[in-house]
Design a protein around this ligand. Structure first.
Ligand SMILES: [Zn+2]
Length: 156
């Protein structure tokens, strides 16, 4: 967990998107895992997962962070199969693909506001997602972007 999006946008694009546009989120934030570190698991994404993490940032995380205007912390992004199993993720989790992130932006009340804001952005056609899930009794929000499967499913 890092706080690289707590201040202004970074000067240079951490994700190397090649559009001369900085991102709020780094690949490090999206792959960091205390559990992986502790258990000695190599959680570096495959080429494909790496690409999909970029898509997730471009299509969802950056637009949401921009609209929110406050720091958003990634509590869990990419998980290799081994890590996913260890943290109790479901077998076909979008986290394994590099298509999902669990985000934290304060307390439960903040998360309710953020959840509503994301729904509103979708209703206004500003973003599309695969799933938006109110998880852990509102301790975090799960959001995913699986290209080709943007069903905009909301689970509360
Ligand atoms: Zn999740």
């Amino acid at each position: 967990m890092t706080t690289s999006n707590t201040t202004a946008k970074p000067e240079s694009p951490l994700l190397g998107r090649g559009r001369g546009e900085a991102s709020y989120f780094s690949i490090q934030e999206l792959t960091a895992s205390a559990t992986a570190l502790r258990e000695g698991i190599d959680n570096r994404p495959s080429k494909c997962a790496y690409h999909l993490l970029h898509v997730l940032v471009d299509q969802l995380l950056d637009p949401i962070r921009e609209a929110w205007g406050e720091p958003i912390v990634i509590s869990s992004g990419y998980r290799c199969k081994q890590l996913n199993a260890l943290v109790g993720g479901v077998k076909n989790s979008h986290h394994i693909l590099g298509c999902a992130a669990d985000i934290i932006a304060g307390n439960r009340t903040d998360h309710r506001k953020l959840f509503k804001m994301i729904q509103k952005m979708q209703q206004e056609g500003r973003i599309k997602f695969t799933q938006l899930i109110w998880e852990g009794d509102g301790r975090w929000i799960h959001i995913s972007y699986v290209p080709g499967n943007l069903k905009c499913q909301v689970i509360e």
